[in-house]
Design a protein. Structure first.
Length: 185
């Protein structure tokens, strides 16, 4: 029809078909190497309520939805930030200063996330951006919850444990000591 591929989805038990048109052109903007040591993954569920137009006339013009969001938050240490000064050997002991742990990925699982309920006012079609806003808020809340639970501390500990075993297996050092990073003034 338009030179595009068509994918027709027939949900189980549903007599209504959804057509998805896929543009055959994929543009890759940038490729770069990563040296990230992912050391912890949280699986998170969060319930988000998003609403607009909920004033005195909300029953006419309002829009409200309840999103059950499932997702993951992955953290670890970016070894690309490791510089030669972060490693030193004294008396056959390796001293290592790791970069600060960070959140690498916080994303929703679209297969498991869903709109549980949506209420639109009598005179509105609803806010077309409300679900996107709810999904963005869900990702932010997942990160916030993981941070409050100590994901970065656990990411550091897991990185140190993994690298300790790796460096000992190399067999060149009698011990490995991880030093805290130098505070930035």
């Amino acid at each position: 029809m338009f030179g595009f591929e068509h994918l027709i989805i027939h949900p189980t038990g549903c007599h209504v078909c959804t057509t998805v048109v896929v543009d055959p052109v994929t543009i890759i903007h940038r490729v770069r190497s990563l040296a990230r040591l992912e050391t912890i993954q949280y699986s998170v569920e969060k319930v988000i309520t998003a609403e607009s137009g909920q004033g005195a006339f909300g029953f006419l013009f309002g829009d409200r939805l309840l999103l059950v969001a499932h997702g993951t938050v992955i953290a670890g240490v970016d070894l690309e930030k490791l510089i030669p000064e972060d490693l030193r050997v004294e008396d056959n002991v390796l001293y290592v200063t790791l970069p600060e742990p960070e959140i690498f990925v916080a994303t929703l699982d679209n297969d498991k996330s869903y709109i549980y309920d949506r209420e639109r006012g009598v005179l509105t079609r609803g806010d077309v951006n409300l679900e996107s806003t709810a999904r963005q808020a869900a990702e932010q809340e997942m990160v916030k919850g993981a941070l409050e639970d100590g994901i970065l501390d656990q990411a550091r500990q897991n990185a140190e444990n993994f690298l300790y075993r790796l460096f000992l297996d190399i067999g060149r050092y009698s011990d490995i000591i991880f030093e805290p990073p130098t505070p930035i003034p």
